[in-house]
Design a protein around this ligand. Structure first.
Ligand code: NOJ
Length: 737
């Protein structure tokens, strides 16, 4: 393919839709080699620069002249611009004005839905439902693609074990195994079978790496961790994304053991490229090259640009560092030309894979946009996902489900709340379209819902409490909708105390003192410290931020039209003082012993969290048989079978998540008390039983040892199975050479 053919293709494609005319391109390598050979250094640097449009603000400092930059060929990609019309307009500037007519790449934070907003990622992870999570990403990708987008900055696969960190809401929780499965499912959902399909978008594994381990849960803070923890806990979800074919990676803001991730060639070259054989594109986070000056790693932006480019960073997000310095860095021999060529090759390869050289406008499709965006089918998928994301934390005396003839007082600042339902990073979501709990409950039980706000989300005014008490007095049961405002989680939203904000706790106490059954519906983006609610409420539903269809989904669960099946993927501490607390901690040399002062414990709190990882109730009861292991000794290369029977001993159909954990009793370096290694979801009718089998193989026993050798060590293991990480039955077996 030569330039004349390409130009001709573009011109024709302006006149006909992409379906009618498709340019025939040579092979990717040949095409890119030809194009690279024609490009000047300035044009190459242009491809390596990504800027935001003025449609959305996802970080500091805009570059208002982005359109002139595009026209001048100084920009290879744009983010925060969407709709078929607007992306087409910007694409036209690039394709019609620049010398080589290289199409722009359009990126956006399509994190949990695009316009149809799904539950926040942490919520979705509580479904443990990979097919549904993949489908959520597929729907988001389809809507985004129809609006001209090619690329999402998702999935966020940072393991997060500190609920003070606001971005815990954006990931899949604390567990490495589940986080890896979910990361891969999201990549598959966004990217589908082929990036070339105009219904799919490129995914981006972020934030590489260890961003979730920010000290003290304060966003952007330092990360200092052992290399073994990095390999065993924080890297596997990224590796899972590579194995799933993720098209791009984003470097993180943080430093890791003294080296900022954005200039960390150990991460970007040794691990990502060499060990994992990743050959996609690497973009920075928002101005993270510039920030290396503040980190104290670069004396100025020029040096930062040199460090990032030589460490293997292909694209500069919003920093203008490459734009301002890269050409002269290459001219002066500070950055090798080969590094630039490789970066541009990676970027052009992505554009090629997306089909942009065949038709730069193929994603900006107004017809498809009208048909797909917020379609009934997408709203139903969002409602399904939302129901599955809800976790029932407490249900004393079967306070739930409600009966539609009960007089219910819906009280609390989240009863009629719309904005918070779609959470942070809600992309092009329109919060006015989200359905609040009040409207959904009124539809379900038209004459039986009373409502009072009770208080605001986050101020100290007590003026609404009296009328809320009044309302509660005339009801049979109170549903109290409490939580955090949407912007109290997400980026730059760390909190040092994790109780309910404002006077919500007071509202709860006064309502509870009336003696009516109280069902708390929580809306929040992180685990909260809520021991008093746990003690005094009759029922607690953790609903997170469930998206556009939050109200109907919550109502489905409140009235038993859906039996809650979510399981926590993040531990709920009793108090902030327990943080970090996660289920796969180690034993220590002095494990807890109530009768021995000199053991590992607190004077003022139990070690156990309020709700453990994997925990969640149902409206029915499941019983577990004793598990059976077919052999107690296993040779390398062999498998063991663990069998057990689960019975639905209650009166409603329900779904149980059977969890399997392993413990390596003695290791060449110490091992966690348990680690999730498998799980199965089982749907059971009342009275029904199912026998399930888990296979245990050597890979499930493997880890990176002190010398970073990966493998299983011979010796004894405990296999544990149960409904959550704190409630397991255990069998011992041995791995032998
Ligand atoms: C900063 C965030 O850290 C990142 O997750 C996001 O993708 C970019 N801004 C772009 O909005």
């Amino acid at each position: 393919m030569n330039r004349i053919q390409y130009t001709l293709g573009c011109t024709l494609l302006l006149m006909w839709s992409w379906g009618n005319v498709m340019a025939q391109l040579p092979s990717k390598d040949q095409f890119i080699n030809d194009l690279l050979a024609k490009m000047t250094l300035e044009e190459k640097v242009g491809q390596m620069s990504l800027f935001t449009s003025d449609w959305d603000v996802t970080g500091p400092s805009l570059r208002p002249q982005y359109k002139e930059d595009i026209k001048a060929g100084k920009v290879g990609a744009v983010f925060n611009a969407y709709t078929a019309k607007y992306t087409r307009e910007l694409q036209q500037i690039a394709v019609e004005n620049t010398r080589l007519k290289i199409p722009l790449l359009f990126g956006y934070d399509v994190i949990h839905g695009h316009q149809t907003i799904f539950p926040i990622s942490l919520a979705e992870s509580c479904s443990w439902d990979l097919a549904e999570i993949e489908n959520g990403a597929r729907v988001a990708g389809e809507e985004a693609a129809a609006q001209g987008l090619h690329w999402t900055f998702a999935p966020m696969v940072d393991i997060a074990r500190d609920p003070r960190w606001g971005r815990i809401s954006e990931g899949a929780g604390e567990d490495t195994y589940l986080g890896s499965l979910i990361g891969a499912a999201r990549v598959k959902g966004f990217q589908g079978e082929s990036l070339k399909s105009p219904n799919t978008i490129a995914a981006c594994a972020k934030h590489f790496a260890a961003y979730g381990a920010a000290q003290a849960g304060r966003d952007y803070h330092t990360v200092d961790m052992s290399i073994q923890t990095l390999y065993n806990t924080y890297l596997p979800p990224f590796k899972a994304c590579v194995d799933a074919g993720v098209a791009s990676f984003m470097t993180s803001f943080n430093e890791l053991n003294g080296i900022p991730a954005t200039a960390n060639s150990f991460l970007l070259k040794d691990i990502l490229r060499k060990d994992w054989k990743y050959n996609g594109m690497v973009v920075t986070d928002y101005t993270s090259i510039n920030e290396m000056v503040a980190h104290g790693f670069s004396k100025d932006e020029r040096q930062a640009g040199m460090q990032a480019a030589t460490a293997g960073v292909d694209m500069d997000m919003q920093g203008a560092v490459y734009m301002n310095h890269l050409k002269s860095l290459v001219d002066k021999g500070n950055v090798p030309q080969a590094a630039i060529d490789q970066a541009v090759r990676n970027i052009l390869a992505l554009k090629y894979d997306l089909g942009l050289f065949e038709d730069p406008y193929r994603y900006s499709d107004e017809k498809r946009e009208k048909m797909i965006v917020l379609s009934q089918a997408n709203l139903e998928a969002a409602r399904r996902m939302a129901r599955k994301s809800i976790v029932l934390l407490k249900n004393k005396n079967n306070a739930l489900p409600l009966r539609s003839n009960q007089k219910v007082a819906l009280i609390g600042p989240f009863g009629n709340e719309k904005r918070s339902l779609i959470g942070s990073w809600s992309a092009a979501g329109d919060w006015t379209k989200s359905i609040p709990v009040l409207a959904a409950m009124q539809e379900k039980a038209p004459n039986n819902i009373l409502y009072a706000k009770g208080c605001n989300i986050n101020d100290d005014s007590l003026q609404y409490i009296e009328s809320a008490l009044q309302t509660a007095r005339s009801a049979d049961v109170v549903v109290l909708a409490l939580g955090e405002n949407w912007d109290m989680t997400g980026e730059a939203a760390s909190r040092s105390s994790l109780g309910l904000p404002g006077v919500q706790q007071q509202l709860f106490e006064q309502i509870q003192a009336l003696g009516k059954p109280v069902v708390v519906v929580l809306m929040n983006g992180r685990p909260l410290c809520i021991p008093e609610l746990d003690q005094k409420a009759d029922a607690i539903l953790e609903t997170w931020y469930l998206g556009t269809m939050a109200g109907p989904a919550i109502t489905d669960v409140l009235y038993g039209d859906y039996n809650p099946s979510g399981r926590l993927t993040t531990t709920f501490p009793r108090s902030e003082g327990q943080i970090p607390v996660h289920y796969d901690m180690k034993n220590t040399g002095r494990p807890f012993d109530a009768n021995n002062k000199y053991t590992s414990k607190y004077l003022d709190s139990p070690n156990e969290p309020l709700y453990p990882f994997g925990y969640g109730l149902s409206y029915t009861d499941f019983t577990y048989s004793k598990p059976f292991l077919n052999k107690k000794k296993m040779k390398r290369g062999e498998k063991l079978n663990l069998t057990l029977t689960i019975t639905n001993a209650g009166k409603r159909a329900g779904e149980e998540t059977v969890q399997l954990y392993l413990r390596d009793l003695v290791g060449s370096s110490t091992r966690p008390l348990k680690q999730l290694k498998a799980y199965q979801k089982v749907n059971l009718q009342p009275g029904e039983s199912k026998t399930i089998t888990f296979f245990i193989d050597e890979s499930m026993l493997s880890f990176f040892n002190y010398d970073l050798q990966y493998g299983a060590e011979t010796g004894e293991f405990d296999v544990m199975v149960g409904p959550n990480s704190s409630n397991v039955q255990s069998i011992r077996f041995e791995l032998q050479d």
